[in-house]
Design a protein around this ligand. Structure first.
Ligand SMILES: NC(=O)c1ccc[n+]([C@@H]2O[C@H](COP(=O)([O-])OP(=O)(O)OC[C@H]3O[C@@H](n4cnc5c(N)ncnc54)[C@H](OP(=O)(O)O)[C@@H]3O)[C@@H](O)[C@H]2O)c1
Length: 154
């Protein structure tokens, strides 16, 4: 029986896929989240075969309110999840003057709103006891980074 379950956002490629692999190698059951359901399922099959852990796929576009709410609900309801790797994110290419309002909205929705909402689930263990690796801490600004919510950004 694995010791712990972990949710990894943006697990379909890049750094998130590496986190998923490393956590599976340590015996974590996994819930993988991203938009590319096929890519996630291929990774899930591979990790299950290689490491003998249970890996589930939750296809979601975290920019979409309904999808984000589904992931939040799962985090709230599934008390096996003790580690959140809040990795999904995108970058803006070009200066702020060159990007569109839609691109800015997408970055804020994914890199700030979704990251913060998924780090704010009350049923998760206290910040001292769990690890959420998130990349948006600096983007949250000095006020939030001093708040109690920021204690969850570990
Ligand atoms: N690589 C770097 O040098 C670097 C440097 C600083 C910070 N970071 C941050 O580290 C994180 C991972 O970077 P990476 O290089 O591994 O990026 P990546 O290869 O582009 O992977 C990004 C992941 O996020 C997922 N994603 C993107 N939009 C999403 C959405 N709307 N809803 C759900 N999932 C979404 C993608 O999956 P789908 O397309 O399947 O949804 C993918 O799995 C990102 O947050 C990035 O901003 C990276």
């Amino acid at each position: 029986m694995p010791l712990v379950g972990s949710l990894v956002t943006g697990a379909s490629s890049g750094i998130g896929a590496v986190y998923a692999e490393r956590l599976a190698a340590r015996g974590h059951d996994l819930l993988l989240v991203a938009r590319d359901g096929q890519g996630l399922q291929a990774l899930a099959n591979e990790l299950q075969a290689r490491h003998g852990v249970s890996v589930e796929v939750l296809t979601a576009d975290l920019v979409e309110a309904a999808d984000l709410a589904r992931v939040e609900k799962r985090l709230r309801d599934d008390h096996r999840i003790a580690v959140v790797v809040n990795n999904a994110g995108i970058a803006l290419h070009g200066t702020l003057a060159e990007v569109t309002a839609q691109q800015i909205d997408a970055v804020v929705a994914l890199n700030i709103v979704a990251v913060t909402r998924l780090a704010s689930i009350p049923s998760l263990p206290q910040a001292a006891d769990w690890q959420a690796y998130i990349k948006a801490r600096d983007a949250l600004g000095p006020n939030l980074s001093r708040s109690s919510a920021a204690a969850r950004y570990k």
